[in-house]
Design a protein around this ligand. Structure first.
Ligand code: FMN
Ligand code: SF4
Ligand code: SF4
Length: 430
């Protein structure tokens, strides 16, 4: 865009797309005239943060702690290694990062020092609050959503950090560390065996008005489903799950137990593994040991490509192919003997309620139409990976692309999940 001012000065606006700045710069270019050297051209340079972030939001639809997440790939904390500097060196390829873990009270710090003596790397600081302020400041200007992984032994310790650092970061409670000194101090994995104390910390942090993530290790609690559900009920916003060797079955179990944002973790170093996690309920994946630039950029690029083709980056498999309950969006009318019926029974949803829910959810949307499909509406139609001429002709007639069809199915799935967890009075989800 260019404008001429009083016939002398030309203003040219140059929007530069660069993620990390949102500023307007004025650069005058001087030229000679009868009055000597005068500004002839003024370049208005806008470094535009807004536009690219909207692009990411449109692609992945992920908002965490009120910030757009540019890609569903996170860095998992590794004590002594992952700090703000580590994250900034990789920030072009990730959307979220948990720095730490940081020991935030005396017993946890004592445990950290013992662990250092035993040969582990830890973040040791005499004034941890000052260090955390430094870390947060070091992330200024980055579009990576920041979480801090913390080890502490009382709700008061977490409350104090929340009071100091405020709500711009995610507070991740480390209920994962299995090092003996940390467990004996009453932190890390200790909480998985003493969940009531963990719930108290979650509730305390929620009272402080901050976003809470809980890092857990699968298979330590006798019932990961019940634990996840109870953590959600206590107020946790995010569950960050080290799956150990359990694989995507565990992520599906947890997805089917609560509606929190779910981060899958452990050896998710290839796009195939990542895709399996997404197809069974993960919202993001995180990498620790292999969080090098090459691995992160490869996974980020593959997810972006896949999403730009398919429209819904973490679309579930169909229910009859082992998908989680988000797959109800692809299910037909309950007319045959298939996994839909037992799933509805487990959820405590009557057939009529299910039919009404889907019909009402697609009303007024392009999914409402489809009289030539099996059940008279695209709302009952299958995933785009199942070949079907009738569906494809219908979506063509509706003027929507296959990618848009999947986006609409995602919206339908969100309405179904919302109904299951928030609109029903009985506490009867599976
Ligand atoms: C050296 C090291 C330090 C770690 N420190 C922490 C920690 O402080 N807090 C935590 O929740 N997890 C910690 N973890 C666990 C990782 O975040 C992650 O769950 C685990 O390494 C599995 O994921 P990966 O296969 O992507 O590495 C640590 C892992 C390693 C290897
Ligand atoms: S309703 Fe259709 S998509 Fe759903 S489980 Fe049954 S056969 Fe599969
Ligand atoms: S019309 Fe095709 S996509 Fe729709 S329910 Fe029937 S088989 Fe599935």
């Amino acid at each position: 865009m260019s404008t001429r001012l009083s016939g002398l000065v030309k203003i040219i606006q140059v929007p530069l797309k660069y993620n990390n700045f949102s500023i307007i710069g004025i650069i005058p270019i001087f030229g000679s005239s009868q009055w000597g050297l005068v500004p002839k051209v003024i370049l208005l340079v806008t470094f535009n943060l807004y536009e690219p972030m909207m692009e990411h939001f449109e692609r992945f639809g992920l908002l965490i702690n009120n910030q757009v997440v540019r890609t569903p790939v996170a860095i998992a904390s590794m004590a002594g290694y992952v700090d703000a500097e580590y994250v900034r060196a990789r920030e072009q390829h990730i959307g979220l990062a948990f720095i730490g873990g940081y020991s935030i009270d005396e017993p946890a710090m004592k445990a950290s020092k013992q662990m250092v003596l035993a040969g582990r790397k830890e973040f040791i600081h005499e004034d941890m609050i000052a260090e955390l302020h430094r870390q947060v400041a070091c992330m200024t200007g980055s579009d990576v959503v920041l979480g801090i992984n913390m080890r502490g032994c009382s709700p008061a310790a977490f409350a104090r950090v929340a009071e100091e650092l405020g709500d711009s970061i995610i507070y991740e409670i480390d209920a994962h560390c299995r090092q003996l000194p940390m467990i004996e101090a009453g932190s890390g994995e200790y909480y998985l065996n003493n969940p009531t104390q963990l719930f108290e910390i979650v509730k305390t942090l929620k009272r402080a008005g901050v976003t809470v993530s809980v890092k857990i290790r699968a298979g330590v609690s006798s019932d990961d489903r019940a634990l996840s559900r109870a953590l959600w009920k206590a107020g946790a916003d995010i569950l960050h799950v080290d799956l150990m060797d359990f694989g995507y079955h565990k992520i599906k179990q947890i997805r089917n137990s609560c509606p929190v944002l779910l981060i899958a973790n452990n050896s998710l170093n290839t796009f195939d593994r990542v895709k399996d996690m997404f197809a069974h309920g993960a919202d993001l994946v995180s990498l620790g040991r292999k969080s090098d630039e090459r691995t992160l950029s490869g996974i980020d690029a593959a997810i972006t490509r896949y999403t730009d083709e398919q429209g819904w980056y973490n679309s579930p498999k169909q229910l009859c192919r082992g998908g989680d309950i988000r797959a109800l969006t692809f299910c037909c009318m309950p007319v045959k003997n298939c996994p839909l019926i037992p799933t509805l029974e487990t959820l405590g949803i009557k057939r009529d309620e299910y039919i009404r829910l889907k019909e009402e959810s697609v009303r007024g949307t392009p999914l409402e139409g489809g009289k030539n499909t099996c059940f008279g509406s695209l709302g009952w139609c299958c995933k785009n990976s199942s070949p079907c001429m009738f569906r494809d002709i219908t979506i063509q007639q509706e003027g929507i692309s296959s990618k848009e069809y999947m986006r609409l199915k995602r919206q339908l799935s969100e309405k179904i999940i919302h109904h299951i967890y928030y609109e029903r009075t009985e506490d009867d989800a599976c």
